[in-house]
Each structure stands twice: as structure tokens, then as C-alpha cells.
Write a protein that binds this ligand. Structure first.
Ligand SMILES: C[S@@+](CC[C@H](N)C(=O)[O-])C[C@H]1O[C@@H](n2cnc3c(N)ncnc32)[C@H](O)[C@@H]1O
Length: 319
């Protein structure tokens, strides 16, 4: 936490943060609920002058470690949104995904957070695990909608190199139909898709910030920061990070790379694309997509209405 404080102090200067300029804060990447709220206090004190009054402040939490005391402590220091890593309400699926909580713990944690008065609550679900069927996923969605949440993130299982699952890639199934099924069932119940994996009555400002390529400080081992045309990578080895939190690798992005990112992110979400940022050739190609009704178009903007086609549409546009 001291190393985090050191890096944040440095980043506030590098980003030339001014009074009340920070719109959102997200505590995540790992298990913030294993860290006592008091340990966050110095960090909140440091950031306070730079935070907008109405800032969205999210913490991720694991249902098994987010106790009432922990949640209350986080609420007291200013957190107003909790995103629970629920993944499923099916006991066997949770075990297979190596999750430490039970379906009951997940439901209880959300109810306690509601009782404590957090403004926004979200849960994460995972689909396309090998045991997933429409029946199982429908049950996950129905259980989710019984809870007082205003947001769901539904992620397709991905197998990451270096994780336990990389030795058993067969745990992931490829079933496009389930992706459509999950998003339709969530939308049917009144949560709008505002990105390929995100649905809500409330749209997280923090999430949207990434897709709009706003600047963000990334503090902590394994975090990533972004400023205009540069990415910052603090040390991913936690011991090394603690020893030197200011050892940060930089990557410079070319204007082509930035445009490619804007296109991919804009088409995966409700952010869309602005005509003025596209090259002449892209403007010609995108007209074809408008004529084919693949995008919603006005004179200045293009919006995708099927996020599952976003990669194909982006590749077509990039030529
Ligand atoms: C990306 S964050 C979630 C941010 C949150 N949804 C929000 O809107 O504030 C962490 C989540 O990533 C998802 N995740 C972790 N590992 C995954 C994997 N291998 N495949 C797919 N999703 C994964 C889990 O659902 C986990 O709870």
C-alpha cells in the first residue's frame, strides 16, 4: 500500500492532475476485499483533492472475503459502487472455476451491500465454460435479477497463458449461440448492452472512460496507465514493484495504432465512431456498412448495433 501511495503521488504529477479532475476511481485487479479498509485511507486522503464531488468510486470484491465489516469500511471511506466477482450461481460451476465462494455467499454479499446503502451494485458472470447449457445460464441470469443490482458484466471464458486453465483448454467451449442467448436474456430483463460484455440500467462511467480512450492512471503491480499517446506499465512482479514502484515501462503509440484502438473500442460499445477521425478510405468503406445496415449512421457518427460483429466490422474498416 505504501508503494501504491508512492506511485500515485508520482502519477498525479505526471498526469498534471488538477483539483477535482478525477471522474472515477476503480479498485480492482485481484481481490481488493482481502485488504482492510483502513489501509486504503492514506490513498483516499491523497486522492481526495483531485476527485470530483460526484466521482464514481468502484471496488471489486470477492463474495467470500467481502464481509459486512469490510463493505461498511469501504462505504465509509467513499466507495459508492461494488462489483462482485460472482461468475455463476451454480455450485458445481463455481467449483470448476476454482472459486472460493458458494452461491449463497454471493447472494448474501450483494444483499449486505444493498443494506449498507451503496449506490450501484454489479455482478460478473462467466459463460461458455464447458458445462454451460441454456438451462444453467438462464438460472444464473434469473438468480442475478432477483438481486438489487443495476449492472451485469457477462464475460466469455478466456484461457490465459500461464494460468491453471491453460493446461486444460477444453474447459472453454465455443458456442456463439450461448453468447447471443446470454445477452438477449439480460437485455430482455431491462439491462441495456452498452458494450459487448456489459449491461445495465446504470452504465459505469469508469468502463466507458476506457472505451473513449480517456486518460487514466494505472497504479499497482500489473496495472496499465494511459496518457494521450503513451501507455505505462508498472512492474508486474509484486516484490519488484514494492521495491521500486517508480520503475515503469513506457510504450509510445503511433497515430495509426491509436486510431485502430478507437475503432475496435468504439465498435464494441455504444461509444461508436466519429466520421472526422477516419481516413478517406475508411470513410468510403464505412459507407458500405451503412448501406448494408450493419451500422447506424448519421452525418457525423457511426454506431454498431450488434457488438458480437465488432471485430469483423473493425477488420473490414481497417482494410
Ligand atoms: C474485468 S474485472 C470486472 C469489472 C467489472 N465488471 C465492472 O464493470 O466494474 C474482473 C472479472 O473478470 C472476469 N474474468 C476473470 N478471469 C476470466 C477469464 N479467464 N475469462 C473470462 N472472464 C474472466 C471475472 O468475471 C472477474 O470477476
Amino acid at each position: 500500500m505504501k508503494a501504491l501511495h508512492t506511485q500515485l503521488s508520482f502519477e498525479l504529477k505526471r498526469f498534471k492532475a488538477s483539483k477535482e479532475s478525477i471522474e472515477t476511481l476503480f479498485i480492482g485487479g485481484g481481490t481488493p476485499s482481502t485488504v482492510a479498509p483502513e489501509l486504503y485511507t492514506p490513498i483516499f486522503e491523497l486522492l481526495k483533492p483531485y476527485m470530483q464531488k460526484e466521482a464514481e468510486i468502484t471496488t471489486e470484491a470477492n463474495p467470500n472475503s467481502a464481509t459486512r465489516t469490510w463493505l461498511k469500511g469501504m462505504k465509509d471511506i467513499g466507495v459508492n459502487r461494488v462489483s462482485f466477482g460472482v461468475q455463476s450461481f451454480d455450485e458445481n460451476k463455481l467449483k470448476a472455476l476454482n472459486r472460493a465462494h458458494t452461491p449463497k455467499q454471493a447472494k448474501d454479499a450483494v444483499m449486505v451491500a444493498k443494506e449498507l446503502g451503496f449506490e450501484h451494485l454489479s455482478i460478473d458472470l462467466i459463460y461458455n465454460y464447458q458445462g454451460d447449457t441454456k438451462t444453467l445460464l438462464l438460472n444464473d441470469i434469473e438468480q442475478a435479477f432477483k438481486l438489487p443490482i443495476d449492472h451485469i458484466s457477462a464475460y466469455e471464458l478466456t484461457i490465459e497463458d500461464g494460468t491453471k486453465f491453460s493446461t486444460t483448454p477444453e474447459v472453454r467451449q465455443e458456442d456463439e449461440n450461448l453468447a447471443f442467448f446470454v445477452s438477449e436474456e439480460i437485455e430482455k430483463r431491462g439491462f441495456n448492452a452498452y458494450e459487448i460484455s456489459n449491461f445495465g440500467k446504470y452504465q459505469s462511467k469508469h468502463n466507458k472512460g476506457y472505451w473513449e480512450l480517456k486518460n487514466y492512471i494505472g497504479a499497482g503491480s500489473g496495472a496499465v496507465g494511459f496518457l494521450k499517446d503513451r501507455r505505462f506499465y508498472p512492474n508486474t512482479d509484486i516484490e519488484a514493484y514494492i521495491n521500486n514502484p517508480l520503475h515503469i515501462t513506457e510504450e509510445l503509440l503511433s497515430s495509426d495504432e491509436l486510431l485502430t484502438e478507437k475503432i475496435f473500442l468504439g465498435l464494441r460499445s455504444i461509444i461508436g465512431l466519429e466520421k472526422s477521425m477516419l481516413t478517406e478510405e475508411m470513410q468510403q468503406r464505412i459507407e458500405i456498412l451503412c448501406q448494408e445496415k450493419k451500422l447506424k449512421c448519421d452525418n457525423k457518427h457511426y454506431y454498431n448495433n450488434n457488438f458480437f460483429l465488432s471485430d469483423e466490422l473493425a477488420l473490414f474498416l481497417l482494410g
